[in-house]
Design a protein around this ligand. Structure first.
Ligand SMILES: NC(=O)c1ccc[n+]([C@@H]2O[C@H](COP(=O)([O-])OP(=O)(O)OC[C@H]3O[C@@H](n4cnc5c(N)ncnc54)[C@H](O)[C@@H]3O)[C@@H](O)[C@H]2O)c1
Ligand SMILES: O=c1ccn([C@@H]2O[C@H](COP(=O)(O)OP(=O)(O)O[C@H]3O[C@H](CO)[C@@H](O)[C@H](O)[C@H]3O)[C@@H](O)[C@H]2O)c(=O)[nH]1
Length: 324
């Protein structure tokens, strides 16, 4: 039986597929390539190009393949963009989840691991954040992801679909061999943008606000390596296959770094100067997001291997140097 990876041509999806194939799993990918890349698709995966909102297409995939579990990465996922194009986020994320749950119900597929996000919490009242803390998103993206979590909860009651929502903090880094890595076009994520300066792709990195209530005034995030995320998906799916209850898990390192600290770490890793300028705040950004990852450690038996920020940035740097 196979695992269906929706969004397997994207950044986190492709790293998860590589990990699952290494572990001997049979993988089917659906991706419409709206932000993904065919070159990130693992050669041993069966790839169907199409949209998860296309019910006829999805029906064909589910009829042809023998699917036991689903990992759902396919979404619009940019905080800043979600504030200017909210309806695109409702359409792809919320309507996409409606279509997926319909097709799962029709084909009697009972297990789903879902890419949720720290953005579901909004501006947290306490740090580090635990899974039972209040969810009050400050951007449309986080709001749609929270709605998707809730849809799975109600579909479990009605159709016995079991689910795990993995609320990742900031995904970063690349495959150790530099064969795949973080590719977004246009790129909006901090670490790849910072590294574009020493790569000569851009002149300057702009810091979005230095007047936040943090020690150096710049936003703090919890950066988690993509390989650690990939391992957590494997564990979460097996957690469901073992008959455990549906659940929500934070995936982060439990440590925060400010934008300025990330830039300084990148200077050390690359050993090159990085030109920095301060620009206005980006709408929708909370000041500080740091995970309490105890629940995933205890119930999924997962623990991040990449805990050193320089080691994390180094894997990304290695990928960009290899694929200039
Ligand atoms: N990157 C992060 O830091 C981060 C953090 C928390 C959560 N997430 C979530 O993880 C998931 C993956 O993020 P990513 O950074 O790898 O993004 P990505 O854009 O690289 O990957 C998403 C993939 O889904 C595909 N896709 C999107 N909509 C689709 C649709 N309707 N039908 C078929 N395919 C579709 C895209 O083409 C792309 O390949 C997203 O759901 C995102 O919300 C990401
Ligand atoms: O050129 C830049 C780009 C980013 N930032 C800042 O860097 C931090 C990180 O930004 P970014 O890399 O864009 O990630 P987030 O906006 O924190 O969102 C990521 O992390 C979330 C979880 O925390 C996920 O849900 C999202 O999908 C994912 O894009 C934020 O404070 C940004 O304001 C800058 O200062 N300058």
């Amino acid at each position: 039986m196979s695992i269906l990876v929706l969004g397997g041509a994207g950044y986190i999806g492709s790293h998860t597929v590589y990990k699952l194939i290494e572990k001997g799993e049979d993988i089917v990918i659906v991706d419409n390539l709206q932000t993904g890349f065919e070159k990130l698709v693992h050669p041993k995966a069966r790839f169907y190009k199409g949209d998860i909102r296309d019910l006829q297409f999805m029906d064909e995939v589910f009829t042809k393949e023998d699917i036991k579990g689903i990992i759902h990465f396919a979404a619009n996922s940019l905080v800043g963009e979600s504030m200017t194009k909210p309806l695109d986020y409702y359409d792809n994320n919320v309507y996409g989840m409606i279509c997926l749950l319909k097709i799962m119900k029709k084909h009697n597929v009972k297990n789903i691991v879902f890419s949720s996000t720290a953005a579901t919490y909004g501006d947290p009242k306490k740090i580090p954040i635990t899974e039972d803390d209040e969810t009050n998103p400050t951007n449309t993206y986080g709001e749609t992801k929270l709605a998707m979590e809730k849809m799975m909860k109600w579909c479990e009651k009605a159709y016995d679909i079991k689910w795990v929502a993995l609320r990742y903090f900031n995904a970063c880094g690349a495959h150790e061999d530099g064969i795949i890595g973080e590719l977004h076009n246009p790129e909006t994520h901090l670490i790849p943008l910072v590294l574009q300066v020493p790569l000569g792709v851009r002149d300057t990195i702009y810091i979005f606000g230095d007047d936040y209530d943090t020690p150096d005034g710049t936003c703090i995030r919890d950066y988690i390596h993509v390989n650690d995320l990939a391992e957590a998906h494997f564990k979460a799916l097996n957690y469901l296959y073992d008959g455990n209850e549906s659940n929500i898990f934070n995936l982060g390192n439990g440590e925060g770094f400010s934008v300025l600290e990330i830039i300084n770490a990148a200077k050390e890793v690359t050993n090159l100067p990085i030109n920095v300028e301060i620009s206005p705040r980006r709408p929708g950004d909370p000041a500080r997001l740091i995970a309490n990852n105890k629940k995933a450690k205890e119930l999924l038996n997962w623990s991040p291997e990449y805990t050193d920020i320089k080691k994390i940035i180094k894997t990304a740097w290695n990928f960009y140097l290899k694929n200039k």
